[in-house]
Design a protein around this ligand. Structure first.
Ligand code: RP5
Length: 166
């Protein structure tokens, strides 16, 4: 957030998706990545979707994380209108538990890719980490931060103890 130009666009089909996508925002904030968050619905705000996707690159965005549930066409539709990398996060749905979202996002016909992540919170966080990794290709500070993050993960496993033993 802040005053600099956002590099990551974090969009979702509904405010109801925020409970999942906020995990992505926390990761981006942890790494100090400037991002914007917007609700953009493929079927309820198609004109906004068009304007957002078409204008994304020109506004300085470098990556778009798009989360949606059900017939989750948001990531694919965004990808159809920009050559920026689009990272799709399947949001768990009420009846099919996000399997519908996952299959909708991952099964892009050839030519228009969407990088698809796991259903739910892990997918949201991993999409943000992947965005950091992409930005790190041209930002050594971010790249170093990612190495430190991985080292912390390793350390947390090595230091884990069973509650019964404490
Ligand atoms: C999709 O429909 C959204 O991405 C959301 O996951 C799902 C349900 O939306 P709401 O009915 O909660 O607004 O467009």
């Amino acid at each position: 957030m802040g005053t600099s130009t956002p590099k990551v666009g974090l969009i979702m089909g509904s405010i109801s998706d925020w409970k999942i996508l906020k995990g992505a925002s926390k990761i981006l904030e942890r790494f100090g990545v400037c991002y914007e968050k917007r609700i953009v619905s493929a079927h309820r705000t198609p004109d906004l979707l068009h304007d957002y996707a078409k204008g994304a690159k020109g506004r300085g965005l470098e990556v778009i994380i798009a989360g949606a549930g059900g017939a989750a066409h948001l990531p694919g539709m965004v990808a159809s209108m920009t050559t920026l990398p689009v990272l799709g996060v399947p949001v768990p749905s009420t009846y099919l538990k996000g399997i519908d979202s996952l299959l909708s996002i991952i099964q892009m016909p050839r030519g228009i890719p969407v990088a698809t992540f796991a259903i739910g919170e892990a997918g949201a966080e991993n999409a943000a980490l992947f965005a950091v990794s992409l930005l790190g290709l041209s930002d050594p500070v971010l790249s170093d931060q990612l190495v430190a993050y991985r080292n912390d993960l390793t350390q947390s496993v090595l230091e884990a103890s069973f509650p019964e033993d404490e």
